[in-house]
Unconditional design. Structure first.
Ligand code: GLP
Length: 242
């Protein structure tokens, strides 16, 4: 793992955006793996800024998002589709039809998961997968468990994850109980992975992920088995690393 620590959020976001931009410059048709959450927001802001300056185009690129809540219509303000439109897609020249987010409102979720994996198989592999991390070590919505799924699947969200995400909803009980997420196998198929982490609240998860044993109880620790991972941390997130 290539681990870099930054003193400012701005520099961290810029470093993440630079990786995406250099990929698109060398490969305009790149397949981007995208994440939601507060961690990648700064990178998306920088990408929009660089697009506006004419430094990058997304017109030939495509994207696959990691996850989506079950039961929220795509146009719900807290859906991950809305998040992506709001923070990135509406501000750049990406072809909306080439942006993929699992449909957590599909009538047949098993079929939706299989179709998502088939699209990834046909159009992938993902060139660069952006990831955040949950404070319990989850990536996408792959929660710590005795075993992990390889492909895209429906997951029951743990109480701590629902609590952490309650800040975005009017009432805690509005947070969906389930999500559709790409599996660990799907995530690890990306050619390169960019893990972004900010804040001391994630320091223990970062330590477990990077220096702990590889275990399904910390899904992010599986990243240790990937040959090309870049980790961008702020000082808080790096606090417990040796
Ligand atoms: C969410 C998402 C993850 C994200 C994580 C951390 O639940 N499903 O993909 O990485 O939690 O979010 P944040 O960056 O806001 O702390």
């Amino acid at each position: 793992m290539n681990i870099l620590k930054f003193h400012s959020d701005e520099d961290l976001a810029q470093a993440g955006a630079n990786l995406v931009v250099s990929l698109l410059q060398s490969k305009p048709k790149a397949v981007l793996g995208l994440a939601t959450g507060s961690s990648p927001v700064g990178v998306y802001e920088k990408l929009v800024e660089m697009y506006r300056k004419g430094l990058v185009s997304f017109s030939k690129a495509s994207s696959f998002n990691l996850d989506e809540y079950v039961g929220l219509p795509a146009d719900h303000p807290q859906s991950y589709r809305s998040f992506m439109n709001q923070h990135l897609f509406s501000h750049i020249d990406i072809d909306m039809a080439a942006t993929h987010v699992p449909d957590g409102n599909a009538a047949d979720l098993a079929a939706e998961c299989a179709a998502y994996d088939q699209m990834l198989e046909d159009q992938g592999p993902v060139d660069l997968q952006i990831l955040g991390i949950g404070s319990n070590g989850h990536i996408g919505f792959n929660e710590p468990d005795a075993s992990l799924s390889g492909g895209t699947h429906v997951v029951d969200l743990l109480p701590g994850t629902r609590e952490a995400n309650a800040r975005f909803f009017d009432k805690p009980e509005d947070v969906p109980n389930q999500a559709v997420t790409m599996g660990i196998g799907g995530i690890l198929k990306a050619k390169q992975i960019l893990l972004l982490v900010r804040g001391e609240a994630k320091a223990e998860a970062v330590r477990q992920a990077i220096e702990g044993p590889i275990t399904t109880q910390c899904p992010a620790s599986l990243l240790q088995s990937h040959p090309n991972v870049v980790v961008l941390l702020d000082e808080g997130a790096a606090k417990w690393l040796k």
